[in-house]
Design a protein around this ligand. Structure first.
Ligand SMILES: *Cc1c(COP(=O)(O)O)cnc(C)c1O
Length: 298
């Protein structure tokens, strides 16, 4: 079975400052599913993998540090599916640890220039792939598709009933859309990790096939720390502190920024007394390997 929920747990962050505000803050540890295929990615892949019949080739896309490529390669290995990863940018002399892991798991890698990569959603590009690989299924980058969001919707079934707010980091917004599709009257809070993402609501409409209530959505737009995969000393210090105080490891691209945002907003009074907040740890810890040794203390 691909889905092994048994390692998922919920950690309550106990602290005086939270008790004083009468706020409960906990973390749904999807990073605990598996070392490679951690977090939200398995959920996004769920319906794609379910639909793929034997003999078909799975094709997907990502950058050199893509958690999505790593998760797809590993899931395909477990399911005995041949897969091809189309990687943004020319092949470097030294492959990233992520891409090495993908190769180890049996994914075939194809490097394309950034210009070509940017056409990956065009009909011409997809047609060419279909001609070359007749029996193939294409998963958009980051699982950006209704099926990806529908898989994520299952995450809400792991959230305790008494929760008032559910928070997640936002990249393609597939995870956010999936949570909203199954919101169970909880407020869903998204923290974009890219600078100036102005199209999140239209992304959600596309991903959910216009089937969600945007009233349940709140976005915290000011926590991108300069943009995708950018970081500051303040973020790194926060992540080290988070681990020291609560034994919670985070990654600097997604979950570190999300946790920072929620801590900051609790301090600034966004959450009423009695709030019961669950942050989703969407995994991605392998991405920290790209940081210089010694940056993080965990
Ligand atoms: C991919 C990823 C996200 C973002 O998910 P989207 O569905 O693309 O918004 C968040 N956290 C981690 C760790 C990820 O790898």
């Amino acid at each position: 079975m691909l889905f092994d929920y048994s390692h998922i747990k919920i950690d309550v962050l106990e602290d005086n400052w939270l008790r004083e505000k009468n706020i409960s803050l906990s973390v749904l540890r999807l990073d605990a599913i598996h070392r490679v295929i951690s977090g939200n990615k398995l959920f996004k892949l769920h319906y794609f993998l379910e639909d793929i019949s034997s003999g078909k080739i799975l094709i997907t896309f990502g950058g050199a540090y893509s958690n999505h490529l790593a998760a797809t390669a590993y899931a395909c290995k477990l399911s005995n599916i041949k897969c091809i990863g189309i990687v943004r940018g020319e092949k470097p002399k030294e492959l990233s640890h992520t891409l090495k892991q993908c190769l180890n798991d049996g994914m075939e890698l194809r490097f394309v220039s950034r210009e070509i990569y940017d056409q990956k959603e065009d009909d011409g590009f997809l047609k060419k792939l279909e001609e070359e690989f007749k029996e193939s299924i294409v998963i958009p980058e980051g699982g950006y598709h209704f099926k990806g969001a529908k898989g994520v919707a299952m995450i809400m079934d792991l959230i305790p009933d008494n929760t008032t707010h559910v928070c997640c980091a936002v990249g393609t917004a597939t995870t956010l859309a999936g949570l909203l599709m199954n919101h169970k009257q909880k407020k869903i809070i998204g923290v974009p990790v890219l600078k100036g993402m102005h199209d999140i609501e239209s992304r959600i409409s596309f991903l959910s096939e216009n089937n969600v209530d945007l009233k349940q959505l709140a976005l915290l737009n000011e926590y991108h720390f300069g943009g995708y995969a950018k970081k500051t000393d303040e973020l790194i210090t926060f992540m080290n502190e988070l681990h020291k105080r609560y034994q919670l490891p985070t990654d600097f691209v997604y979950t570190g920024k999300m946790m920072y945002a929620i801590f900051d907003q609790i301090k600034k009074g966004m959450f009423a007394s009695g709030s019961n907040i669950v942050c989703i740890h969407t995994g991605g810890l392998q991405g920290n390997l790209s940081l210089p040794k010694g940056t993080l203390f965990f």
